[in-house]
Ligand binder design. Structure first.
Ligand code: ANZ
Ligand code: ZN
Ligand code: ZN
Length: 960
């Protein structure tokens, strides 16, 4: 028998695949199409790292699995090769980026090939290839023609290390995204922008239709920041001017007790009274030197100055003071606000600071009034233990009909007791704690509407929130009867956790106010609001806007937080912006037939501090004739942000060699949108947003019929070093893919281990032991296949049904896991399958005819994961064509119609998943299986499991 030796097998098949162009995507195939794509990699000098390996392997397994299922698969690769690292390397060493980029991409390509990726290499290109960036420039001109690219002088984020401006998306916590410890500064420069704001609404809306991780969608929605509200005019007292504000809460107008304008507000000078002028002027002079980032920092103490002017609140005609304060930004909304200190945190802080009135207009409410509710006056009580900063939480079991779940202490007022007496009585009754001090109570009520299971009525409970502190932990016997006692359990929970634990909105709101000092921002019952009192805030919001509209005092308004995308970079290694500046004609686009504007070779890479690109210093490149008047003119010397180049590369892969158009429509329609896009989560609001915008532009221009580029997106988690640390070259804990291949484990074992370590989406430490384990598994699969081959041809006419059932079970499990991208459990199932085959081999001779399909299924299922080894085995099994063009095995449901049951899996009593298991599966196996479920695993995360309960055949509950 031949030994399994990846060093023989892998290079052999890589060569054969390359020569036969096995993975070439056929544009005119009749099969259904599938486009699998990994994020555009940046070919860095250090070569492919282990994170790339995980990313590329995930995409490759999917591509291979889809091929076996009969799809025509496009799985291309190219290089996002513009960017600062190559340029910085050139500054250090003098080696031009053109040279290092070529070396690095050669290296990346060779390393990718050694991983056995099923890539159609005929489609490879780099964003630095002139026949690619020619079309990037062409798109720039297209945007320019459609008024979607414009130049404007403005104050922009600037990184002093990168020596270039940055887009808002590239500023992370006030620092450059490449240098997370270098705060950005601002520079006033003329800059090129793409008008992404024109697409804000669609970019937010269309997220709904995408099969993307919810976290990424939420980050995009947040970044776009769609905010629906109203603009409202406030008449300024003794003036003809009106002050217009943007508010998301017109329903809180009765609670607006003062107004604030930004220091840059155009009306400020005019409305400031002479008495207040000096203090306003000095405040403004100070405020405008601060960055918006500082001004948005909520941990900063609020400052401001009274302008001396008043405005009229349009709903109640009250005169309210107008202040200037830097927490209001000039660039958002109208640059002025109505302040509602009872319901907005920033306004609240400011009002407390300057003793401005605070008027509550919304009372916390949960559930909805039905009209026939029975009212009961009640209390909501937070009992705090100052000795260890915990608060008592009652758990009433699963929440139903808006009742139950985790709540504070609560209860009904009896007779004419005060809320405080009620609260004290309830605490002792329900918990036994008796030595308490009263701390405070709310001056408003909360409202809960729910259906009472015991009273069989719709209930409305309303009452104050109260806070008590425990003096000591002495407990009296609770005087609950047995029936009532068992209805709930009590637990002391850490103060910072309680708000998120509480299942009832009113309890949560009371807790946030009493213990955390937070405002109430949600919907509720209107109070102190004239004719609107007693209505729900959401109804009032609509009514007030209608009314303001009718009186000409305001209107509905949608605002977006996103700003236009700044794409100019004052750096060399990017695609030149195809624009010429002429004194006579102004901004002139380079005529299309003159594209590409080739990036000239350079000798001095040093960026200058004058805020201009090194290109600005090459006179013979800069000076050109104006394409319109032929007079003297100069080229634009800014280059495009690399994110422009990666905003359409996925389209170019569909038609990579076209030199008359960026891509042919028919080919784009054939392959696009990308069916599965895989990469890290760090591009949530950069690349993924920009690419969506470009796709929408191309759609609107009529170049393509779809307007979203990536149908499904998945993020792989990070691979960490064996000790759980982040991998970095400087720490010396690097894991090099090529070393693992060279050490004799081979690419197949490497591919298996990066998928086997954890669910693909989770971060996980590397494991050398795990690598050994998957290698041994491959050896066992190899050996049993060879034992089968070496045994003579099947002779008997027996067909073991046990073998057939085992095979069917494994195929079903692996197929379902692959559909869910649950690669680690698919591998575990194949390991299990191999173990079972070894056991069956003891009793069932290889002459049994069922062995053929059992062994073939093993090889086929392993093929996407271990493409080299399985190709070799497939050939040894006597096949003349590639295993990678074979058919995915199927299973026989009839064979499996046995004894399985659906078991509900709970975490802390909440249903999180359902799993299908063998009726007679022992407890430990059932628990293990439940823990492998991705949903369950995500809820448990790294909390220790305190207790596992198994009600056979029905429920599993993990207590964490
Ligand atoms: C009254 C109010 C009551 C508000 C309330 C909020 C809660 P988003 O959701 O981010 O769009 N605002 C408006 N313009 C502002 C500016 N230029 N600088 C700082 N704050 C500004 O935020 C909109 C809310 O932020 C607006 O709604 C306004 O405060 C404030 F219970 O108006 B609101
Ligand atoms: Zn930087
Ligand atoms: Zn001209």
């Amino acid at each position: 028998m031949k030994r399994y030796n990846p060093k023989d097998v892998e290079p052999k098949w890589q060569k054969i695949w390359e020569e036969s162009q096995l993975y070439r995507a056929n544009d005119v195939s009749k099969k259904p199409k599938y486009y699998a794509l990994s994020f555009f990699p940046y070919p860095s000098g250090v070569g492919l790292h282990i994170g790339h390996t995980r990313n590329f392997t995930i995409t490759d397994v999917i591509a291979r699995y889809k091929r076996l299922q009969g799809y025509e698969v496009l799985h291309p690769m190219g290089w996002d090769s513009f960017g600062l690292p190559a340029e910085n390397f050139a500054i250090k060493t003098g080696t031009p980026p053109q040279v290092t980029t070529k070396q690095n991409t050669d290296n990346f390509r060779a390393q990718s090939k050694r991983l056995g990726l099923s890539i159609d290499w005929s489609r490879e290109f780099g964003s630095t290839d002139a026949d690619y960036y020619k079309w990037t420039q062409w798109f720039f001109l297209l945007l320019h023609k459609r008024d979607l690219a414009y130049r404007k002088e403005s104050l922009q984020f600037w990184c002093n290390v990168c020596k270039t401006v940055l887009a808002n998306e590239q500023v992370v916590n006030g620092c450059c995204w490449r240098h997370e410890d270098i705060p950005v500064t601002k520079k006033n420069l003329p800059q090129w922008f793409f008008k992404i704001t024109n697409y804000a609404d669609r970019l937010a809306q269309d997220l709904d239709s995408l099969d993307w991780p919810e976290g990424i969608k939420a980050m995009q929605r947040n970044w776009i920041g769609k905010s629906t509200g109203a603009e409202v005019d406030f008449q300024i007292v003794d003036s003809n001017e009106k002050l217009r504000v943007f508010t998301t809460r017109p329903d809180t107008l009765y609670g607006a007790t003062y107004m604030v304008v930004a220091p840059e507000h155009p009306l400020l000078k005019e409305i400031t009274t002479s008495e207040q002028r000096t203090s306003v002027d000095s405040y403004v002079a100070d405020a405008i030197t601060k960055t918006d980032i500082d001004r948005m920092d909520d941990s900063r103490e609020k400052t401001g100055v009274f302008t001396g002017a008043y405005a009229v609140n349009p709903v109640n005609k009250e005169h309210i003071p107008i202040w200037v304060a830097d927490y209001v930004l000039a660039g958002y909304g109208t640059g002025a606000i109505m302040a509602v200190p009872a319901h907005d945190e920033r306004d609240h802080e400011f009002a407390v600071q300057y003793s401005l009135p605070i008027v509550r207009v919304v009372e916390p409410t949960a559930g909805e009034a039905t009209g026939d509710d029975t009212h009961k006056e009640s209390v909501f009580v937070a009992l705090r233990n100052p000795a260890n900063n915990t608060v008592l939480v009652l758990d009433w079991g699963p929440r139903q009909e808006r009742f139950g779940g985790k709540m504070l202490i609560g209860g009904g007022v009896e007779g004419d007791e005060s809320h405080q007496t009620t609260a004290e009585r309830e605490i002792v009754e329900e918990t036994g704690y008796k030595n308490l001090t009263f701390v405070k109570e709310t001056d408003y009520k909360g409202h809960g509407y729910f259906y009472s299971n015991t009273k069989h009525k719709n209930m409305h409970v309303s009452g104050k929130g109260l806070l008590f502190d425990l003096i000591d932990e002495e407990q009296a016997a609770t005087n609950l009867d047995e029936g009532e006692k068992n209805k709930f359990t009590i637990a002391w929970e850490p103060i910072e956790k309680v708000a998120n634990l509480l299942d009832d909105g009113v309890h949560e709101a009371m807790y946030r106010d009493l213990v955390l000092g937070e405002c109430y921002h949600d919907e509720g019952l209107m109070v102190n609001s004239g004719e609107y009192s007693g209505m729900s805030s959401s109804d009032v919001r609509e009514k007030i806007v209608v009314e303001l509209n009718a009186r000409g005092n305001g209107e509905e308004k949608i605002n977006f937080r996103i700003r236009d995308w700044l794409i100019s970079r004052q750096r060399y290694w990017g695609a030149p912006i195809p624009i010429i500046h002429c004194e006579k004609c102004g901004t002139v686009p380079v005529p299309e037939e003159q594209l590409p504007v080739v990036l000239p070779e350079l000798e001095d890479f040093q960026p200058k501090d004058d805020g201009r690109s090194p290109l600005a210093h090459i006179d013979e490149w800069v000076n050109v004739d104006c394409p319109e008047c032929s007079g003297p003119a100069t080229r634009e010397t800014d280059t495009m942000d690399g994110f422009a180049c990666s905003s359409w590369y996925f389209l170019r892969f569909t038609d990579p060699h076209n030199d008359s158009v960026a891509f042919g429509r028919e080919l784009a329609e054939t392959w696009m949108p990308v069916d599965m896009y895989v990469g890290g989560a760090e591009h949530a609001v950069m690349h993924l947003l920009y690419a969506r915008m470009w796709t929408k532009v191309m759609h609107d221009v009529g170049l393509i019929s779809f307007d979203e580029p990536f149908k499904a997106l998945r993020n792989q988690g990070m691979l960490l070093a064996e000790d759980g640390e982040k991998i970095s070259k400087s720490k010396g804990n690097d894991i090099r893919p090529e070393e693992i291949i060279d050490n004799g484990y081979g690419a197949d074992a490497l591919r298996l281990i990066v998928l086997f370590l954890a669910p693909y989406s989770q971060s996980t430490p590397w494991s050398n032991e795990g690598l050994g384990g998957v290698y041994r598994f491959l050896q066992r699969a190899w050996t049993i296949t060879n034992e089968y081959i070496d045994a003579s041809e099947p002779t008997s006419d027996t067909q073991s049904s046990e073998l057939l059932v085992t095979r069917s079970k494994a195929v079903k499990k692996v197929t379902e896991d692959l559909e869910d991208m649950s690669f680690n459990t698919a591998i575990a199932a194949m390991m299990e399958y191999v173990n079972e085959l070894y056991k069956l081999k003891l009793n069932i001779a290889f002459s049994d005819t069922a062995w053929k399909s059992a062994i073939e299924a093993l090889v086929l299922m392993l093929a996407p994961f271990a493409p080299h080894m399985t190709e070799e085995l497939w050939q040894q099994l006597g096949n003349k064509t590639s295993v990678h063009t074979a058919d995915w095995p199927s299973w026989d449901d009839q064979l499996l119609a046995t004894d399985t049951v659906i078991v509900v899996v709970q975490v802390n009593g909440k249903v999180r998943a359902e799993i299908e298991i063998d009726k007679n599966m022992p407890k430990d196996d059932a628990l293990k299986l439940a823990l492998q479920n991705e949903k369950v695993a995500s809820f448990i995360a790294d909390h220790p499991v305190k207790k596992s309960i198994y009600v056979p055949g029905r429920i599993i509950n993990f207590v964490i």
